[in-house]
Design a binder for this molecule. Sequence first.
Ligand SMILES: Nc1ncnc2c1ncn2[C@@H]1O[C@H](COP(=O)(O)OP(=O)(O)OP(=O)(O)O)[C@@H](O)[C@H]1O
Ligand SMILES: [Mg+2]
Length: 302
Amino acid sequence: MHSVECEDVWMIYRSLFSEKVALKEVNLKIPRNKIYGILGPNGAGKTTLISLMATLLRQTRGRIEVLGYDTISEFREIRKRINIASGNPNLIWSLTVYENLRYYSLLYGINDRKAVEELIKEFELEEFRDVEFNKLSTGSKQKLILARAFVNNPELVFLDEPTKGLDPPVARRLREKIRFLQKDLGITIVLTTHYMSEAEMLCDRITFINRGKIVAEGTKEELKRLLKMRDKITIEIEGIVPDLRLEGVFAVERDGNQLSFYVDSAEARLWEIAKEVARFGRIKNISVKEVDLEDVFNELAK
Ligand SMILES: Nc1ncnc2c1ncn2[C@@H]1O[C@H](COP(=O)(O)OP(=O)(O)OP(=O)(O)O)[C@@H](O)[C@H]1O
Ligand SMILES: [Mg+2]
């Protein structure tokens, strides 16, 4: 059984004067006990999708099953077994770290002070145990928001941009923590992110959404293969190069004096491309790298 199954899901936000189709024809199966990434540009529908799966919103059309339960008719069963953390802090600002975690565990009917202390330790918040939420730094706030998502021993955790706005070392530590917890607890994590390095590091599978529709789904390798792009050849040149049509080149990007060619194989194409480009000016630099998730993202977000 999958942890989440979406069948022809549509979400239309309606107000008196307007209608916004935020999701359309979403079909998705999220495997259990993995980290699953939902990627896409701003406004693509990621938060909407996560909110539907977490039973915070109701879809306009279609069916969503989470852990085998229907999100509309059986939301109570789902809510006991899942949790969600979003990048926009929404804890009780006047309560301390300890009090917040204790409060939210009690809401789930869990009266376990030791478990709260353990969560504080797990998320390296001991130093701030008795500090009020509104006095914490952004990084510590985010740690607390993540810690709160684990108070009810969930089987499935939704993380909406878990490392948004954090400095790189803090973000990195949190990513390691997310990976560790997922493995250690044997749970499913569904996350959204704008950081490709985060998706690259954490996600076992990824779905790309653009304008409310799924445009690609698979493992990182599958996604890269899907676009048939394997390598990126970047050439810096003095001179103006016209649009070139070359075999094995799937896309060309221009950035000032730099031209980037996305190709099936750098080994097979480099010589031909360099020779062509050299006709229009002096080559100053050539670099070759494997296509990464960011390149895939840019291509799919077009
Ligand atoms: N409550 C709402 N009422 C009307 N439109 C909404 C509402 N919430 C979101 N939208 C619209 O639905 C679309 C999808 O929004 P959503 O927040 O799901 O995108 P997102 O992928 O999470 O974007 P971001 O990366 O910026 O967080 C956007 O066009 C947004 O403006
Ligand atoms: Mg969002």
